[in-house]
Design a protein around this ligand. Structure first.
Ligand SMILES: *[C@@H]1O[C@H](CO)[C@@H](O)[C@H](O)[C@H]1NC(C)=O
Length: 176
């Protein structure tokens, strides 16, 4: 009887472990609309590229293993393409967003990036890779946080901010 109980206990534990391993990683869904809009980086209005009306674009907070489903609607009158700088796109590396690897999103169309962030705890950014778009906006921050179960070897920071630093080219339209 003792032998049987031990066997059953072990079997239960193994079943639990297998089901934990098979549990699907979490999903985060984003719906982004890319438009032109007025921005004032040099204090005077100029035409920029906004995502959901924002410049810089929305920041993505994610946790390692998250699946990011990002539906990007291109409301510009020109093709648009996003690149995920330095992010390893496991299983979907063709979505890197560099012209030649990924097709641009035609004007008036949308495309859904399906990305899993893995084991790259840190801060990244995304940017538009076609034409001179990145000189007009449509870039933003992307965080990959550690899972709470896996502690980081330093105390929790008192604050956490995203800085996007770069040259600003001119007050002219990016098409000029
Ligand atoms: C375009 O967006 C619609 C919903 O807004 C969605 O149902 C469809 O799957 C998207 N198409 C692509 C190619 O991502």
């Amino acid at each position: 009887m003792g032998w049987w109980l031990k066997y059953c206990g072990l079997w239960t534990i193994m079943t639990i472990i297998v089901s934990l391993v098979q549990a699907e990683d979490p999903y985060r869904f984003f719906d982004w609309r890319v438009t032109y809009g007025n921005i004032y980086p040099l204090g005077i209005p100029q035409r920029g590229i906004l995502i959901n009306g924002q410049f810089p674009g929305p920041e993505i907070y994610s946790v390692t293993n998250d699946n990011l489903i990002i539906n990007v609607h291109n409301d510009l009158d020109e093709p648009f393409l996003l690149s995920w700088n330095g992010v390893q796109l496991r299983k979907n590396s063709y979505q890197d967003g560099v012209y030649g690897t990924t097709c641009p999103i035609p004007p008036g169309k949308n495309y859904t990036y399906v990305i899993q962030v893995k084991d790259q705890i840190g801060s990244f950014f995304y940017f538009p890779s076609l034409a001179f778009h990145k000189a007009a906006g449509a870039f933003g921050g992307l965080r990959v946080l550690s899972r709470p179960r896996i502690p980081v070897p330093f105390p929790e920071p008192a604050g956490d901010f995203t800085f996007l630093i770069g040259d600003w080219y001119s007050h002219h339209d990016h098409k000029d």
